[in-house]
Every structure is written in structure tokens, then in C-alpha cells.
Design a protein around this ligand. Structure first.
Ligand code: TRP
Ligand code: ZN
Ligand code: CA
Length: 451
């Protein structure tokens, strides 16, 4: 495939807030702070008090109006919106016009696939930290057999309406928000691969995350969350927990949509899915309703993937989930590198006794812990060779910092480096200290994590 330069356009200026959500959630504030947990007085935590603003409810009627437009576009262009067909370009033009009018900076990237020109649409919401990009995207192409209303008018329309909600709220996120509509997904993720391949590694490194929405209104829906970046996954699961709707991990083909293009270059990804040709089980019908023994989407890749091939409840919930994730993940909360999280509550270390632990709660970070997580330990002891030290990650994984041995020196004032890159940053980390030999004792004075 060949790539052309991006063509940029900027029309329309951001309008005044039609609907600014003023409510600051009480939870949001605590969620962004690192707190120390100890038996008694906790040390002052490093604070950054950027408050997240509650995400708006995305009007289902607006999302469905976009789907009607996609349906009409298909009807007027030979019944589909496939790569290389007029209905695809008309879909790009429709989405772009909405975004331009709402104050986005849009660009159309062209590429060639199967001998036809393909198009990606990229929309940037002005502002936010250019070094922290949060992107949401959906493939806009259908297969040639139908209009592609669930696959993937649903994701395309919901991402569009979430972007328009950002504009209505005149959101001032800490991160930079970007939206993408991909071409030629159905030919093998070609558009999203072209986009990612066209990003210099310096640009790739700026991505805090990519959120993918492909088939989110299946007529016999399941509620599936991608099992990828832990922070993104938790953000979606938290939303669904709040609704009281159970979710499952997405397993109907990991890597079968555009998030794979981002994941392949190390960008944290997540997303939602309501199921394709796989059959809903009895247990799934029990918890979600719908019909067991029937596909989540019986019209997957068929001519009947039309306006009637949508479950409104699923589309409504998932649209709101997109807004929730955009608002939550783009807000402050990510503390800059080099931030310390400390617990200064002393803990006595019993002589040749049970292990003791001290906790540090880390919140508001995105993604995993660093590969060079620094663990600074301050222990007063009369014979440090007695001590075994482990760092416990939030999921309980133990990282050995120090073994016992014949080391006749006393205190430990040391900084250990741990490759914690496979661990979610957020959660409660523990230092576990055990004195394994009799006679000498001591106290854990304090310890600190540097992210
Ligand atoms: N567009 C995808 C495809 O045609 C649909 C799909 C199948 C999917 N399995 C998935 C999307 C899993 C997300 C996750 O193959
Ligand atoms: Zn498809
Ligand atoms: Ca001892």
C-alpha cells in the first residue's frame, strides 16, 4: 500500500459550551490521589488535585441518527459502504463534516489497498498535553454484502457522537484527545495499520492509549470488554459495574480489529464488543437476556446488517461507556514520571518471626508500572543479614529485593530497581519484610516507590 500526505482542514471554531457538566464527582478527587495506607498516621501523599468531570449521557437518538445516515448512504451507493466503493467515501465525508462543524481539526489520510484508494479520518480535539494522546477509533468500512450497520456503523456512530459530546461540553482534558475512523478494516486492518505505520516512533510514544469500538450494538448482545491494558479494562468494567450489568472478557478473536494495529507497536489498548457470529450460551442469555443458542449477530457480514440489526440498549450503554472512558482516562490523574509514593508509618519487624507488610496505595495512573520501578527502603536493624525483602505488586506477584545471608552490617538504606512493567500501576503495593534468624531485630521506618 502507498501512503499519501495527510490533507488537513480546520473549519468552524469551538462553540460555547451548550452543556457543560459541572458536577464534580466526589470519587474523582480521591481517585486521583496517591494515598499512603498505614496503621496510624499516614504520611502526606503527593497530591495532584485535577478533578475529573462526570461524563455526559450520550443521547441514543443522536447515535441512531448517524446510523440512519449510514443506512441511507449505503442505499444510495449500491447497498454497501465497502472499501473502494462510493458509499465508503460518502461515509467519510459525513463524519468529517460533523466534526469540522464541531471544532475538530480533521485530516484525511489516504492509502491504497486492493488497487483502490482507502481513507482514514483523524480528528483532533484542540488542547490537552500533546505528549499524552488518548485516541478512540472505529472502522468505518462495511463488507460489500451490506450496509454494515452493526459492523461497524455502531462503533463509528458512537465514537462520532462521543466526540461531538466532547465539543458540546467544551471539554478541557489534561490529555490530548484524538479520534479515528479506519478504512479497509475488513480487508485486514489495512487503514489502521497504515496510520500506525505512518507514525514516527516519537509520535507512537506519546499515546497513552487507544480505545477500539467494533460491533457494539449486536442484536442479541453480549457485553465484552477487551482484556488488554489493565487501566482501560478497569475503566470499562467500572462503568458496567455501576450499571449493574455483568461483563465478560472478549474472546471472539483477539486481534480481529483495529486495536491490534496499535497493540502491535506497544500502545496500550482496550475496547468493547457485543459479539459477532459466535453463539450466545444459556448462561450468557441468563445474565444478559436475549436468545441462547443463537449468534450474537446473525447478520454478521450479511445483507441483513441493516438498521434493524441493532439492539438499542446495548448501543446506548456502550455509547455511554465510551464517554465515560474518554472523560475518565483523559483527566489529570496521571502523575508525572518521578513521582514518589511513600509510607512513613514505622512497622516493627519481629525477631525470627512472621513476615510484616507495609502498604502504599497508588491511584490515578494509566497503564502499567515502569520497567525501572524504584523501591527505596529504610530499615533500622542490628543485623540485616536476617532480612528477606519482597515487593508485592497489587495482584500479589512477589519481586524479591533481597535474600537473607551472612551480611553482618546493620541497617538497610537502599534503593532497589524492579522491572514491574507487567504489573498494573494502580492498586495497593506492599513491602514484605521477614526476619528469618534469631537474636537481632529492627524496624521498617519507611519505604517509597518512585514511578
Ligand atoms: N470487524 C471484526 C471482523 O470482521 C468483527 C470482530 C470479530 C471483532 N471478532 C471481534 C471485533 C473481536 C472486535 C473484537 O472480524
Ligand atoms: Zn466485520
Ligand atoms: Ca533476627
Amino acid at each position: 500500500m502507498t501512503l499519501s500526505a495527510f490533507t488537513r482542514s480546520r473549519s468552524g471554531t469551538p462553540r460555547p459550551a451548550a452543556l457543560r457538566v459541572a458536577a464534580v464527582s466526589a470519587l474523582a478527587v480521591t481517585g486521583l490521589l496517591a494515598t499512603t495506607a498505614g496503621a496510624t498516621a499516614a504520611a502526606p501523599a503527593p497530591t495532584r488535585t485535577t478533578a475529573a468531570v462526570a461524563a455526559p449521557d450520550i443521547p441514543l437518538a443522536n447515535v441512531k441518527a448517524h446510523l440512519s445516515q449510514f443506512s441511507q448512504i449505503a442505499a444510495a451507493n449500491g447497498g454497501n459502504r465497502a472499501h473502494g466503493r462510493a458509499g465508503y467515501k460518502a461515509s467519510i465525508d459525513y463524519v468529517k463534516a460533523k466534526l469540522d462543524a464541531a471544532g475538530f481539526t480533521t485530516s484525511v489520510q489516504t492509502f491504497t489497498a486492493s488497487g483502490a484508494t482507502g481513507y482514514n479520518l483523524i480528528a483532533d480535539w484542540p488542547g490537552g498535553d500533546p505528549n499524552k494522546v488518548l485516541m478512540a477509533g472505529a472502522h468505518l468500512d462495511s463488507v460489500s454484502s451490506g450496509a454494515g450497520i452493526n459492523d461497524n456503523g455502531s462503533g463509528s456512530a458512537a465514537v462520532l457522537e462521543a466526540a461531538l459530546a466532547v465539543s458540546r461540553a467544551q471539554l478541557k482534558p489534561d490529555k490530548h484527545l484524538r479520534f479515528g475512523w479506519w478504512g479497509a478494516e475488513e480487508l485486514g486492518l489495512i487503514g489502521s495499520k497504515a496510520y500506525v505505520n505512518g507514525l514516527p516512533s516519537t509520535e507512537r510514544a506519546k499515546f497513552a492509549g487507544y480505545l477500539n469500538f467494533d460491533m457494539i450494538g449486536s442484536p442479541n448482545p453480549g457485553y465484552f470488554v477487551y482484556d488488554d491494558d489493565p487501566t482501560i479494562e478497569k475503566t470499562f468494567k467500572d462503568f458496567y459495574t455501576g450499571l449493574g450489568v455483568p461483563t465478560e472478557i472478549e474472546t471472539e478473536g483477539d486481534g480481529r480489529s483495529d486495536h491490534a494495529s496499535f497493540k502491535n507497536v506497544g500502545i496500550p489498548v482496550g475496547g468493547l464488543f457485543t459479539g459477532a457470529s459466535r453463539t450466545k450460551s444459556a448462561a450468557q442469555a441468563q445474565k444478559w437476556g436475549g436468545t441462547s443458542g443463537q449468534a450474537f449477530d446473525r447478520c454478521y457480514h450479511s445483507s441483513c446488517d441493516s438498521l434493524t440489526n441493532i439492539n438499542d440498549t446495548a448501543l446506548d450503554r456502550n455509547s455511554d461507556a465510551i464517554a465515560h472512558a474518554l472523560w475518565t482516562l483523559s483527566a489529570g490523574g496521571t502523575t508525572p514520571p518521578g513521582t514518589d509514593y511513600e509510607n512513613t508509618t514505622p512497622v516493627a519487624i519481629p525477631d525470627a518471626g512472621a513476615a510484616v507488610t507495609s502498604s502504599i496505595a497508588v491511584a490515578g495512573r494509566t497503564g502499567n508500572a515502569p520497567a525501572t520501578l524504584k523501591v527505596s527502603v529504610n530499615i533500622k536493624h542490628t543485623y540485616r543479614g536476617d532480612l528477606v525483602l519482597d515487593l508485592l505488586a497489587p495482584d500479589g506477584t512477589a519481586y524479591r529485593l533481597k535474600n537473607s545471608g551472612s551480611d553482618s552490617a546493620d541497617d538497610i538504606v537502599a534503593t532497589y530497581t524492579v522491572n514491574a512493567s507487567s504489573e498494573a500501576a494502580n492498586g495497593t503495593w506492599k513491602l514484605r519484610v521477614q526476619d528469618v534468624a534469631a537474636q537481632d531485630t529492627g524496624t521498617l521506618n519507611s519505604w517509597k516507590l518512585t514511578f
